[in-house]
Design a protein. Structure first.
Length: 402
């Protein structure tokens, strides 16, 4: 006997609830010498599995097969519904929960008055959290590895890149047009490619940089051959569908929201900086205090800041002034450094949590290092994601026009 809500939907559709057993990403979480974690972008894929402690770790079998520098591999799509293959939304994550999510018109936000969530506008254009980069586009692609098919489980890839989300969604729509609406069983190639992008700095100078974006590609000598490659698995899916019946619904056995939040939140800011970022952004609604939130720091006046060594009027004790920070940000942008790269280097090589924490006594040294790239083992500038272009560095109201 079928159980509504577990094995069949309210409409009687057969439910396939598949576990996420493999995670694919072009980023990783690193740990600084001080023990703090922070995100770092990659120019290739890495394949992860769940450890015995239920934590994501490198999958040795998949890494050996695809190599440590894999930039493309074949996948098989799971469902004809594009929203079930590639789930997208605007999302605001903290380190403990998803605070707000929406479709660009309206959203559902957790507030002090309604911790379970309430309807919220504006969403998308006009939303202050999106403008301040607290909220980002979110895309989750679900698929099977064509060379390692596993029944009962799927792979997931998460991205917050505007360009990657646009490209993947456009590719899926194009496949649907070519196949008459079919996605389930389609074999295609997931790739990460370098691409040129440009931005205009504060002085109005146009700068170019290299980003790495995700896409789905198909290629063959002719259209007939390409269609044959695409649909070789689709015929098997069609036979399975007939056995299951016309009605079926694919769902994914996701991890608890608290676990997902801990995984996704570093894409917005390194661990330990979440509360600082949220307080600087001054969200419209005061969020309820949670056990996981850090205790608020005592307010500091200009007088108390001036009384402390290396203090400044912004309350950044031991840190550089606002003008010095602007100069450093512009220097990084001109040199082609991205947001994650600068944070990575500051944490790894200088044990500094952010640009506002750069000590005045080391300001010239650090500026010189970023300008010349002289820090040992520095990554090469320019290898950044679309969401990490230098404009994200500018203080509120100072972002360069694009």
């Amino acid at each position: 006997m079928a159980i509504v809500g577990i094995t069949v939907s309210q409409d009687g559709e057969s439910i396939q609830r598949l576990a996420v057993s493999t995670k694919v990403s072009i980023g990783e979480t690193k740990k600084s010498p001080t023990g703090k974690t922070f995100p770092s972008k990659l120019d290739h894929f890495q394949f992860l599995r769940k450890s015995a402690a239920s934590e994501w770790e490198k999958d040795p079998e998949l890494t050996k097969h695809y190599s440590d520098a894999c930039r493309e591999f074949w996948i098989v799509l799971l469902d004809d519904d594009i929203d079930n293959v590639f789930r997208t939304e605007f999302a605001w994550w903290s380190t403990t929960e998803k605070k707000c999510s929406g479709d660009g018109r309206k959203a559902m936000r957790r507030t002090q008055e309604h911790p379970e969530g309430e309807d919220w506008t504006p969403c998308g254009e006009g939303c202050p959290e999106l403008a301040k980069r607290i909220c980002k586009p979110s895309g989750d692609l679900y698929f099977i590895l064509a060379e390692f098919p596993r029944l009962g489980s799927v792979c997931r890839l998460h991205t917050t890149s505007y360009r990657s989300i646009r490209q993947i969604h456009s590719a899926l729509e194009q496949i649907r047009q070519v196949t008459g609406g079919r996605l389930a069983g389609i074999r295609c190639k997931l790739v990460v490619r370098p691409d040129k992008s440009s931005f205009v700095d504060k002085d109005g100078t146009k700068k170019s940089t290299t980003i790495y974006a995700l896409n789905i590609e198909l290629a063959a000598d002719d259209m007939r051959k390409m269609l044959g490659q695409m649909t070789q698995y689709a015929r098997l899916f069609e036979q399975t569908r007939k056995l299951l019946g016309d009605g079926r619904k694919v769902e994914y056995d996701e991890e608890p929201e608290k676990v997902l939040a801990a995984e996704i939140a570093p894409e917005f800011y390194p661990e330990g900086e979440a509360e600082q970022e949220q307080s600087q952004a001054q969200p419209v609604v005061q969020q309820p205090q949670r056990k996981s939130a850090a205790a608020p720091a005592p307010q500091q006046t200009q007088a108390t800041a001036a009384a402390k060594p290396n203090g400044n009027a912004n309350g950044n004790v031991g840190g550089i002034s606002a003008e010095q920070r602007k100069s450093f940000i512009k220097l990084c942008a001109d040199a082609g450094w991205g947001n994650d790269q600068v944070k990575d280097i500051l944490l790894t090589h200088y044990h500094i949590a952010g640009t506002s924490q750069i000590p005045t006594s080391r300001y010239e040294e650090i500026c010189s290092a970023f300008k010349s790239g002289s820090v040992q083992n520095m990554p090469q500038p320019g290898q950044i994601d679309d969401s990490d272009l230098p404009e994200s560095f500018w203080p509120e109201g100072e972002a360069p026009a694009r």
